[in-house]
Design a protein around this ligand. Structure first.
Ligand code: EPZ
Length: 417
């Protein structure tokens, strides 16, 4: 196993270019099997989850070629294969294979997801949607079995605003007979990105990005070419790192609107922000005000930026309160930050963070965003070296992390643990 070694205290300076969105890519790749001919995806992030997904499609007989940031997927000859085990177990979002295979083959056997373990990740809303479309869904020996004589459009109300359920139901509904309406749908930009791909394939999806999505089912979809939107969470992580190290960084290849909630909170703290068309400059300041942050569904403050933001708030004067209303227990980074001297108390869904300088320590990443939080914390510490284990988690969400940070002037390197 590897660990990240961080000798901090150096302000990040320069430009970082953001790659394609992980949480789009791992939905767009399975979506490609709904087409009868080749799908080309550009601006693909080079991440382990993306590599696992190409493995899964190749197992089904898809022809997948990946060159730089472009993946070509030819699903013409794929077959319906049960996948109770194997690569599907390596990642959380393997559940998208359920919607994609149900849409294409009217059947699927998918092993329950693995991936991040910060709290149990139910898929009851996904299953509710599939059943509404006419599928029978059973859970046998840790694998979800789905089967439908035919898929018929339905009206589905999501009890919980869920990104995964919204996308998964959209995948199956594009090949159902008739129209489907998803109400109380999630509005994240990644959902719009998947709908854009499906519409380029000939689907008819309206309302993606709003709480009501209408899908007209099609009997056949064709290949297309699609460029993935920039990763707003990766961008937000670098923005927070620039602020935490009092640096001056241009975050390039972003859609500023996707980062509105974070930008507003950084400005509230006293961070300097310059917004351009496709980039945001972050200018760190010596003093930051403590603030309150609520992680909510989009367009609220992203829960995926909650842990990195916790590290920044340790640098503010006074006491900040950060609450997560999406996940009830996404605070596994807090005890690790405490080992670095952070003064944080978790009460229910909230972390109460008292501004306090951090010191170097050996810490452990438990999920990819907690890992990012620990890296940011290490970057603020000028004395000693912070060691972060669990790098495999961080690599799932941040491609070129060490290269990017070193180009911004950080003294960070990988070392065998
Ligand atoms: C997506 O996960 C992201 N992952 C997560 O990012 C992100 O944190 C999350 O959306 C929220 O924005 C991917 O896109 C691969 P949800 P997802 O379904 O779709 C509950 C990262 O760090 N829920 O929107 O699994 C659930 O427990 C990852 O990149 C149900 O109760 O999240 C949670 O409390 C981590 N039943 C809330 O809804 C369901 O059937 C939101 O979950 C589904 C979800």
């Amino acid at each position: 196993m590897e660990k990240l070694m961080i000798s901090g205290g150096r302000p990040l300076q320069g430009t970082v270019t953001i790659s394609g969105a992980k949480n789009s890519a791992i939905a767009l790749i399975p979506a490609a099997i709904l087409a009868e001919s080749e799908v080309i995806l550009d601006n693909l992030p080079l991440l382990s989850d993306v590599a696992v997904y190409s493995e899964i499609l190749e197992e089904l007989g898809a022809n997948v070629s990946w060159e730089g940031n472009q993946m070509r997927i030819d699903p013409t000859h794929i077959i319906s294969l049960p996948m109770p085990n194997g690569p599907v177990k390596k990642l959380r979002a393997s559940y998208y294979m359920m919607g994609a295979m149900l849409g294409r083959f009217k059947e699927a056997v998918i092993g329950l997801p693995g991936g991040c373990n910060f709290e149990p990740r139910p898929i009851d809303q996904h299953i509710k949607g599939f059943e509404a479309l006419g599928a029978t869904v059973t859970n046998e020996h840790g694998a979800i079995h789905l089967h439908a004589k035919e898929l018929k459009g339905a009206k589905i109300y999501l009890d919980v605003v869920s990104v995964g359920a919204t996308i998964n139901i959209m995948l199956a509904a594009t090949r159902a007979k008739g129209s489907t309406i998803i109400e109380n749908a999630a509005k994240e930009p990644e959902i719009i990105d998947v709908a854009t791909l499906l519409n380029s394939m000939g689907a008819s999806i309206k309302g993606a990005g709003t709480e009501t999505i209408r899908i007209e089912g099609k009997s056949e979809l064709r290949g297309c070419r699609h460029s993935i939107i920039p990763d707003r969470i990766q961008a937000g992580t670098y923005m927070i790192a620039a602020a935490a190290t009092r640096g001056n960084v241009l975050i390039d290849n972003v859609i500023p609107k996707h980062l509105e909630a974070l930008t507003a909170k950084l400005i509230e703290m006293g961070v300097g922000i310059e917004e351009l068309d496709e980039s945001i400059r972050v200018i760190g300041k010596e003093k930051y005000e403590s603030i309150d942050v609520k992680a909510l569904v989009y367009p609220g403050f992203a829960t995926d930026l909650q842990s990195p933001m916790t590290s920044l708030l340790t640098q503010a004067e006074g006491v900040s309160v950060l609450s997560d209303f999406v996940y009830s227990n996404r605070f596994k980074h807090v005890p690790e930050l405490a080992r670095m001297g952070a003064k944080i108390r978790v009460e229910g869904r909230s972390a109460i963070i008292e501004g306090h300088p951090l010191n170097a320590a050996k810490v452990k990443a438990t999920d990819l965003r907690a890992g990012a939080a620990l890296v940011i914390a290490g970057l603020t510490v000028s004395e000693g070296i912070t060691e972060v284990t669990g790098v495999e988690f961080i690599d799932r969400g941040y491609d070129h992390l060490v290269t990017n940070l070193r180009e911004l002037g950080a003294d960070v390197w990988r070392q065998n643990d």
